[in-house]
Design a protein around this ligand. Sequence first.
Ligand code: SF4
Ligand code: SF4
Length: 112
Amino acid sequence: MIAYCGFSCLECPAYIATRADDDKLRADCAQRWAEEFQYNLRPDQINCDGCRAEGRKFFVCKMCSVRKCAREKALDNCALCGDLDCEKLAQLMSMFPNVRKAMQALRQEAGK
Ligand code: SF4
Ligand code: SF4
């Protein structure tokens, strides 16, 4: 459940709401992301089985350029990529401190 960017989908409120199949959690997630990211989401749009899992994918993560790139390179995650100055990943890490922290840990594990 580690996304290509390093984030743990297990911590994601969309994943948690989906796994629990809980409409209240979906509504809470939609409201939280409206406040944090100015998304305009209906609760029924909150469905995701995880970045690397088969099944439903939240549309923002489905379109993520980091995800697309890592899949094209057939990498399990970006820590295994040779491009340490990647702008796509740098942009994502600057937006999401959790992603930065997770990627730093994965890179350390990978000896980078
Ligand atoms: S891929 Fe799905 S579970 Fe993972 S962070 Fe994105 S919305 Fe959450
Ligand atoms: S180029 Fe960037 S986005 Fe693509 S796999 Fe490498 S680090 Fe990830």
